[in-house]
Each structure stands twice: as structure tokens, then as C-alpha cells.
Design a protein around this ligand. Structure first.
Ligand SMILES: NC(=O)C1=CN([C@@H]2O[C@H](COP(=O)(O)OP(=O)(O)OC[C@H]3O[C@@H](n4cnc5c(N)ncnc54)[C@H](OP(=O)(O)O)[C@@H]3O)[C@@H](O)[C@H]2O)C=CC1
Ligand SMILES: O=C1O[C@H](COP(=O)(O)O)[C@@H](O)[C@H](O)[C@H]1O
Length: 524
């Protein structure tokens, strides 16, 4: 499939001058807020976990920040027999519970005036006709001008059905030149073949430039800041290569279990859930060359190059590790094991922990392993990218002086304590020459007065603006499956994943994997 082109035939003057569109523009423009034009957002799966905790609050936060137009409509599509008022009460409850910004009556009055609910199932043509009628009514009542975005916050198996229904009901295209866009949640497929099939269905229905595949990690401030760290500074890029870097560790650890998501998670597992998307995107941004600009085309060109150069080691028995959480303690809370979670097959072989080593066959990264790990019910919630440097070739100190000296590292702290840490050796004050590791920290909270928006705020706004750089392309998705598929195929030949106690840092196998290569996982 051709790479999606920026979908902006109706781009407003504001939209056309966003930093992503023209990196050379006057720097004063950077302070202009990017405000969406008239439109509505339709959420399928609006009663689900993601919608309640992230999407509805993000829409409200955008409204509260003044980034939605007065001509905005929010439509929920769901199975419940709700009136518009009942749905509005549901939105309000979740907004009050999960929004980042404080509840404001004036914002709520504006937003709730455009809230509508359409009752139905995904395979009911009549429900899609009602949806069509509802968005047309919003066009006349709220002035949404026929511009509609459809968010598929639904189980992945429902993506094809909803796409076809949007086509058959005439909602996927506008006759009047207005825009239609679709937002598809991850995971996009469960392997390369299914991703290609899904892509065929979606591209049969929508124009390539109207498809936005969400990877919410790309909407995180700290992830975008990785680009600033690398390409807005002089001091990091010269050492960001195999001459200086020993290895890279990308960690996404969660302290939660699978919660109420058994139906989605079992059979999918940790690697398909987050390595195929979030962690490989982090790897791509860490390892790629400098893009010519931050346009979608230039960014994806560099990410694609690096993902194409990723090599999966042959010896998967020694370069990958899987685990499954057993009962344990999460802080002071006693928690059950994965196999005892509601809705999980008691013989399930689904991994809740995965670690893999990848290599990148480029001059910049030859011989530098990238270790990726993720897991549920680990010691704490933390996501970070640690670039660990080689040891100094010679230390002009007595050995005893450097006993506590590790390796230099640049750690991009994606969450929760957002920032960047530099680790290096410093002399311990005193009469002896003793060198010990210290940290130099950049924290968002103490350096900026601006608060970080939630990832979904940024990404929903970008869809409404038709701004595609932060959305992975089909090619990126396919390359990521090409990387993961051989690993999944190998794991499918194995028995039960190794159990690890909840609240610990994963299975012993993962520690052994690094120890064999003379390395250790960082303790974040
Ligand atoms: N939850 C999360 O943290 C994250 C989720 N995602 C992705 O987001 C998507 C949604 O996930 P999540 O919210 O957790 O899933 P949930 O299972 O919590 O929600 C699914 C939603 O789809 C609705 N639904 C399911 N089948 C039908 C149907 N036949 N007709 C109408 N509605 C239907 C459900 O309605 P009802 O309430 O009536 O059952 C519910 O609103 C998935 O693709 C997931 O991979 C991505 C990142 C994080
Ligand atoms: O995509 C997913 O991400 C969440 C974690 O997101 P975060 O922004 O809180 O790091 C994860 O819990 C979920 O399993 C996965 O589908």
C-alpha cells in the first residue's frame, strides 16, 4: 500500500502553519495554539476501558484548553439503550474521574451541547443509518460542516466489520468535499499476514491519507522529546553510535495485572500487546538517522530504514525470554497469578513478560544490542530508554578508587517521572581519590511551567487537524510484525512461560539472557 499522504485538502491557515508542516517558519508561530476546525468525533466502543479512562477525558481536556472549535460534536456509538442525556451523564462521570484538567462548568456546557448517542451493534446496518442521520443533524445544529472522524476503540476483531459498515452506510466518504478520517487502535493485526489482510480491508474503505493508526506512545511528550534531545543538541549525536554505545535497554514495566482485559489479552501476550508497537517505535526513534524534517514522509522514511535493518538473532533460546506472573505482593497488596485471573484459560501459555535482544545492521549500530523488555505485575510502573556507553578504555586511578563505577548512561525517563538522567562518575568528596556514579537530572516539573498533555490529547487533536507525523504507517506496522513473527513462532513451540512472582522484575531467564552477554538489566 502507498504511504499515507497528509490528509489536508481543507487545511485551515492555522493548520497549514503547524510546526510539523513547515519547520522553517518564523519561530514566533510556534506559540500559536493549534485549534481543530469544525468537526465531530464518533467513538465506537465508547463504553470500553480505553474510552472511559483516556479518550473521553482527552476530548474534555482539549475542550478545556480551548483547542476544540465551537462547532464540535461528540458521538458515542454503543450497545446500551441510552438517551443522549444518559450518555452525557456517563461522559461527565468519566471526565470528572479521569481528566487531567479541572472540571469547568463552562467547558462542560459547551461540550455537552454537542454530545449525542447512537445505540447499536457493529453489524447492524440500521444503527449505521442512525449514525449517519446523527452526524448530519450535528452538521446543521452545531455547524460541524460534514467533517467527521471515526475512532475505533473496539476489540481488534471488530475493525473490519466497522470499516465495512462505514463504507456501506456512506459514512467513509463525503459527497461535499468535507473530510472523513478513521482512527484505528492497536494492535493492527496479530501477525504480518493478518495485518496485511486488515490493511486491505481498511484501504478498500478509506483513502490512505484518512487512516490514522494509533500508537499512543508517539503522543507522549517524553517520546517526542527524544527527537529534541538527539537532533536539537550538539553533544549527544556524535557519541550516539557503535563507537561509544555498548548497548541500549528499552523497558516498559507495569505494576498492574491484566485487570478486566482477559478477553483481549489472553492469546495476545506481552510481545504483541506492546513490543510490536510501542517498544519498536521507541527503538526506531532511538536508532534512526536525523530526518530531513519532521514531516510525516521524512520521519517515516527514517523509521522505516531502521526497522528494515533490525535483525532478529538466530539463537532465540538465548536471546529471548518469556514469563507469566504468579501470585505475589504488589506493594502491600496481595495479588493473584495470571492463571487465576477471571476469564483466563487455566492452561494458558500467554506470556505476561517478554524480553528480546535485537541487532541493527547499520554502520551506526553494528554490534550494539538493543534489549527490549516489558511485563505486567513487575516491581513498579516505569518506561525508560537507557543508552549505556562503553567503559573508558583506561582509568588512571587505582582499582580501589573506581570500585563503584558503572557505565555512563543517558536515560530517557518516558514515565512516570518524566525527564532525562545522565549517569557518570564523580569524585567522592574527601581526602582519597574515590569515584562513584552520580546522576544529573532534567525534570519536566522543575524545568517547565507548562504541563504535559496526555498522549491521547495530542493524538486526537492531530487527527482532527489531519496532521499525520505521529502515526505509524502501514510499512512500519508490517516491518514490526516481520521482526516479531519469528519470535512468536519460536515461542509457540515452547511450553509454559517461566513463572515470576508478582512484584518482582520478571523471570530468571531474562536475567540469564543478559548475564550470558556480560550485562545486567538496569534497576529503574
Ligand atoms: N484499555 C487500554 O488500556 C488500551 C486499549 N487499547 C485498544 O483499544 C481498543 C479498545 O480496548 P478496551 O477499551 O480496553 O476494550 P473493552 O473491551 O474495554 O471495550 C470494548 C468496547 O467495544 C464495545 N463492543 C464490543 N463488541 C461490540 C459490538 N459487537 N457492538 C457494539 N459494541 C461492541 C464494548 O461495548 P460494551 O460495553 O457494550 O461491551 C466496549 O465499549 C482495543 O483495540 C485495544 O487493543 C490500546 C491501548 C490501551
Ligand atoms: O497499549 C497498551 O498500553 C498500556 C500502557 O499504557 P501506558 O501509557 O500507561 O504506559 C498497557 O497497559 C496495555 O496493556 C497496552 O495495550
Amino acid at each position: 500500500m502507498a504511504e499515507p499522504k497528509p490528509a489536508q485538502p481543507q487545511a485551515s491557515a492555522q493548520q497549514a502553519s503547524t510546526p510539523w508542516h513547515n519547520p522553517l517558519r518564523d519561530s514566533r508561530d510556534l506559540r500559536l495554539p493549534r485549534i481543530a476546525g469544525p468537526c465531530s468525533l464518533v467513538i465506537f466502543g465508547v463504553t470500553g476501558d480505553l474510552s472511559k479512562k483516556k479518550l473521553l477525558p482527552a476530548v474534555y481536556d482539549l475542550a478545556n484548553r480551548g483547542l476544540l472549535p465551537v462547532n464540535f460534536g461528540l458521538v458515542g456509538f454503543g450497545r446500551r439503550d441510552w438517551t443522549n442525556e444518559q450518555f452525557a451523564a456517563f461522559v461527565e462521570e468519566n471526565v470528572r474521574a479521569h481528566s487531567r484538567t479541572p472540571f469547568n462548568e463552562a467547558t462542560w456546557k459547551f461540550l455537552s451541547g454537542g454530545i449525542r448517542f447512537v445505540q447499536g451493534t457493529f453489524d447492524d446496518p440500521a444503527a449505521f443509518q442512525r449514525l449517519s442521520q446523527t452526524v448530519s443533524e450535528l452538521d446543521s445544529e452545531r455547524g460541524t460542516q460534514g467533517n467527521h472522524a471515526f475512532y475505533m476503540s473496539v476489540p481488534p476483531r471488530a475493525f473490519p466489520t466497522v470499516s465495512k459498515m462505514l463504507r456501506d452506510s456512506g459514512l467513509s466518504h463525503s459527497q461535499s468535499g468535507a473530510w472523513r478520517r478513521v482512527i484505528i487502535e492497536k494492535p493492527f493485526g496479530h501477525d504480518l499476514q493478518s495485518a496485511k489482510e486488515l490493511d486491505r480491508v481498511v484501504s478498500d474503505v478509506f483513502d490512505p491519507g484518512s487512516v490514522f493508526r494509533i500508537d499512543h506512545y508517539l503522543g507522549k511528550e517524553t517520546v517526542q522529546n527524544l527527537l529534541a534531545l538527539r537532533f536539537a543538541n550538539m553533544m549527544f549525536e556524535p557519541i550516539w553510535n557503535a563507537n561509544y554505545v555498548d548497548h541500549v535497554q528499552i523497558t516498559m514495566a507495569e505494576d498492574i495485572g491484566i485487570g478486566g482485559r482477559a478477553g483481549y489479552y489472553d492469546g495476545i501476550g506481552a510481545a504483541r500487546d506492546v513490543i510490536q508497537n510501542h517498544l519498536l517505535q521507541l527503538l526506531a526513534l532511538t536508532a534512526m538517522e536525523e530526518p530531513v524534517s519532521f514531516s510525516a514522509a521524512d520521519l517515516t522514511a527514517e523509521k522505516t530504514k531502521v526497522l528494515s535493518a533490525v535483525r532478529v538473532p538466530h539463537d532465540l533460546a538465548h536471546t529471548t525470554a518469556r514469563g507469566q506472573y504468579a501470585a505475589g505482593w504488589q506493594g502491600s497488596e496481595k495479588v493473584i497469578g495470571y492463571l487465576d485471573e477471571k476469564g483466563i484459560d487455566p492452561n494458558s501459555r500467554t506470556e505476561t513478560y517478554a524480553a528480546i535482544r535485537l541487532d541493527i545492521d547499520t554502520r551506526r549500530w553494528a554490534g550494539v544490542p538493543f534489549y527490549l523488555r516489558t511485563g505486567k505485575r513487575l516491581g513498579k510502573r516505569v518506561t525508560e530508554i537507557a543508552v549505556v556507553f562503553k567503559r573508558a578504555p583506561h582509568l588512571p586511578f587505582e582499582q580501589t578508587a573506581t570500585r563503584e563505577l558503572g557505565q555512563n548512561a543517558v536515560v530517557i525517563r518516558v514515565q512516570p517521572d518524566e525527564g532525562i538522567t545522565l549517569r557518570f562518575g564523580a569524585k567522592v568528596p574527601g581526602t582519597a581519590m574515590e569515584v562513584r556514579d552520580v546522576s544529573m537530572d532534567f525534570n519536566y516539573g522543575s524545568s517547565f511551567t507548562e504541563a504535559s498533555p496526555e498522549a491521547y490529547e495530542r493524538l486526537i487533536l492531530d487527527v482532527l487537524l489531519g496532521d499525520p507525523p505521529l502515526f505509524p504507517t502501514t510499512r512500519e506496522v508490517e516491518l514490526s510484525w516481520e521482526i516479531l513473527d519469528p519470535i512468536e513462532q519460536y515461542w509457540a513451540t515452547l511450553g509454559q512461560p517461566q513463572p515470576y512472582r508478582a512484584g518482582t522484575w520478571g523471570p530468571k531467564e531474562a536475567d540469564e539472557m543478559l548475564a550470558r552477554e556480560g550485562r545486567m538489566w538496569r534497576m529503574p
